[in-house]
Each structure stands twice: as structure tokens, then as C-alpha cells.
Design a binder for this molecule. Structure first.
Ligand code: CDP
Length: 251
């Protein structure tokens, strides 16, 4: 299977050009920015806003795990069968596509952007992402997509595994209660299902942090931002300052 950042020729050209520029003139190089952290810390919103402001590509690595999870659900595959999941990944065409309305995720040409946010896929993504072979495959694809620079890639292992040499690594965290609340608000969940959802989020967190392969952890050289008492705008401004510093260092 081949996974690509989509899309239009202009983007491919700009990725190519930035890659070329990197080789010829380091001062022109666009950055690779890694944003990692647990669910509900605000990664997706911040990464998307930051990418838009910088004119970079925003790549949600979690969407790839979610797409594979959906395939596994559709094919009734066991979430514990590592080899079958790897084969499924190799045989699928997952596309992260940028469109005017935001990022779209396609599985074999079908738009699955909304479907992969549902609860069963969320749970399945967490379970299939523990497997080292699945992760290795994902990491390779993610490197191919981001290597040219000009990307804000978000996930759990971007700064530790996908781009250990990223120009800027952010580990975005927040108090667990706040993260749960944000996620419930985002999904507009109320009543008894809110408790179930919060419990599921805690379990996903536990799985992400304790798995043997690439557990969720801040890279040694990541800037850790605790967004518990920060507004979205505050977080964005802080990251923009850091971006400016990294760009200035290249001039
Ligand atoms: O949006 P949320 O933070 O809830 O999840 P996501 O970023 O879409 O990722 C879905 C699942 O994929 C997570 O629960 C992780 O278990 C897994 N994941 C991962 O293991 N490594 C990544 N780089 C990204 C996601």
C-alpha cells in the first residue's frame, strides 16, 4: 500500500522544492515540527492552526492508526493479530488529503474522516497501535510524508521515533480531568455516556503510556507545555515564539 499526503501537484512540488532548498540553502529550509501528547491536550486544534498560519502541512498521525483500525473492524480482523494487521496496512490505500474544509482521510478512495472519530474506531486504534510491526510500518510512511519539511505532525511518538531530529518538539499535556472535560465538550457528550467516555479515554491513556513499543513519553529535548491553565491562543502564541527562535537560528 502506498500512503501519501495527497494531493495536488502544487503541494508535491512545494514539498519537493523545500526538500531541494534544504539541501542547497539551509536558511531556506522549512521546519519539521512535532507535537505529541495525550488525548484532549489540544494537539489537533493547535497543530491545525499552527500549520495554517505557517503555510505548512498538518499531518495527523493518529488518523492513520484510526484508518487501519476501521479496516480491521470492517474485515472483522482481530486487533491482537499483528501480522494480519500489518498485511492489511500493506494492502490498504490510506490518504491524508488536505481540502478547504480541513484534513480529510481516505481509505481506498472513500472519505472516512467522520467515521474514524466514532467510539469503536477510537478504541480499536488504541488497541492496534500497540503492535511494533504496525508502528514500524506507520513510522516509515510518516517519515516519507514529512521528510521535506514544512510540516506540523502530531501524535504520540513523532518527537521520539518518527522525527527524532525534528526542528521543534512540543509535548502538549494538561491535567487529566481537564483533558476529559475538553474531549466531552468537543464531542458534546452528556449524561451517563460521559462517564463511559471518560473511562475509555483514561484506559487509552494508560495503554499509550505503558505499551512496550514507543510508549507515549516526552522526548528529552521536547518543550513540555502544560495547557491546563492556558487558552488555545496562549498555547499557539508560545509555540509561534519557539518557531520564530528556530527559524532565526537558521538565518
Ligand atoms: O485525537 P486523539 O488524541 O484522541 O487520538 P489520535 O491522535 O487520533 O490517535 C488515536 C490513537 O492512535 C491513540 O489513542 C494512540 O493509541 C494511537 N496513536 C499512536 O499510537 N501513535 C501516534 N503517533 C498517533 C496515534
Amino acid at each position: 500500500m502506498f500512503l501519501r499526503v495527497p494531493c495536488d501537484e502544487a503541494l508535491s512540488r512545494s514539498v519537493y522544492n523545500s526538500h531541494f532548498a534544504k539541501m542547497t540553502d539551509p536558511s531556506q529550509r522549512k521546519l519539521i515540527i512535532a507535537i505529541d501528547g495525550p488525548a484532549g491536550a489540544g494537539k489537533s486544534t493547535i497543530a491545525s492552526r499552527l500549520a495554517r498560519k505557517l503555510g505548512y502541512v498538518n499531518l495527523e498521525s493518529g488518523a492513520m492508526y484510526r484508518a487501519l483500525a476501521l479496516r480491521a473492524i470492517e474485515w472483522d480482523a482481530s486487533f491482537d493479530d499483528e501480522d494480519a494487521l500489518l498485511k492489511m496496512a500493506e494492502d490498504s490505500r490510506i490518504t491524508l488529503d488536505r481540502s478547504i474544509g480541513g484534513n480529510r482521510v481516505l481509505l481506498n478512495g472513500k472519505d472516512i474522516s467522520a467515521r474514524i472519530r466514532e467510539r469503536d474506531v477510537t478504541e480499536a486504534a488504541s488497541r492496534i497501535s500497540v503492535h511494533p510491526k504496525v508502528r514500524a510500518w506507520m513510522v516509515e510512511r510518516q517519515r516519507e510524508m514529512g521528510i521535506g519539511g514544512g510540516v506540523v505532525m502530531e501524535g504520540r511518538d513523532i518527537g521520539t521515533k518518527v522525527f527524532p531530529d525534528a526542528d521543534l518538539k512540543i509535548f502538549l499535556d494538561a491535567d487529566p480531568v481537564i483533558r476529559e472535560q475538553r474531549r466531552l465538550d468537543q464531542q458534546q457528550v452528556r449524561g451517563p455516556s460521559a462517564q463511559t467516555m471518560a473511562a475509555e479515554l483514561r484506559e487509552r491513556d494508560r495503554r499509550d503510556r505503558t505499551r512496550a513499543a514507543s510508549p507515549l513519553v516526552a522526548a528529552d529535548d521536547a518543550v513540555v507545555l502544560d495547557s491546563t491553565n492556558m487558552s488555545e491562543d496562549d498555547v499557539l502564541s508560545r509555540i509561534e515564539e519557539l518557531v520564530e527562535q528556530r527559524l532565526a537560528a537558521k538565518r
